[in-house]
Ligand binder design. Structure first.
Ligand SMILES: [Zn+2]
Ligand SMILES: [Zn+2]
Length: 178
């Protein structure tokens, strides 16, 4: 009975679906000229006011347990996917929460002012890189975490994947592929 009641209840807010044009966009496919077209990766915030896309492949994905990320993510590690910033197209208004990292690097963490979704993290010392919050990807499976960082700040109950390399603090920055 309880299960039925739960199933019958309408959700308070509809879970947004990516526009049809974005569905399944992340794969190589035959173009109209018969050659492979570039991949496109896209995403956006919960309310849809902010959208982004890139033709670049992700450089890497990291899970970050730093104390700041715990605030941004409601308590868990932030899952951030790094892309070259040059190829990233962003539409819609974002607001910027700035802070100085331990390294002295000024960080910009951008979010949607309407729905509050955290979208991007950028450091002024590395303007060629942009980190996208994995939950905002139209296809979150694109994020394939390769490391866990700032484990020294994780709470005792944190689930840290033992199969991934982990760092107690900040590892060296990712490098751009040639
Ligand atoms: Zn929004
Ligand atoms: Zn962090």
């Amino acid at each position: 009975m309880l299960m039925q009641a739960v199933v019958a209840r309408e959700p308070a807010t509809a879970i947004p679906q990516p526009p049809a044009a974005f569905l399944g966009a992340y794969h190589l496919h035959e173009g109209s000229l018969g050659r492979e077209e570039a991949t496109m990766i896209s995403g956006g915030c919960l309310c849809g006011a902010v959208r982004y896309s890139t033709n670049d492949e992700p450089i890497l994905t990291r899970l970050c347990w730093c104390r700041l990320c715990q605030y941004l993510t409601t308590g868990n590690a932030a899952v951030s996917v790094c892309f070259p910033s040059k190829g990233m197209t962003i539409t819609g208004e974002t607001r910027d929460f700035q802070g100085i990292a331990d390294s002295g690097n000024r960080m910009h963490r951008r979010f949607c002012p309407t729905c509050g979704t955290q979208l991007f993290s950028e450091g002024e010392a590395r303007p060629h890189l942009i980190f996208v919050r994995a939950g905002t990807l139209d296809d979150p499976n694109i994020a394939r975490p390769s490391a866990t960082i700032w484990t020294s700040q994780a709470p005792a109950w944190a689930c840290v994947d033992a199969s991934l390399p982990s760092w107690e603090g900040q590892p060296p920055p990712p490098t751009l592929p040639n």
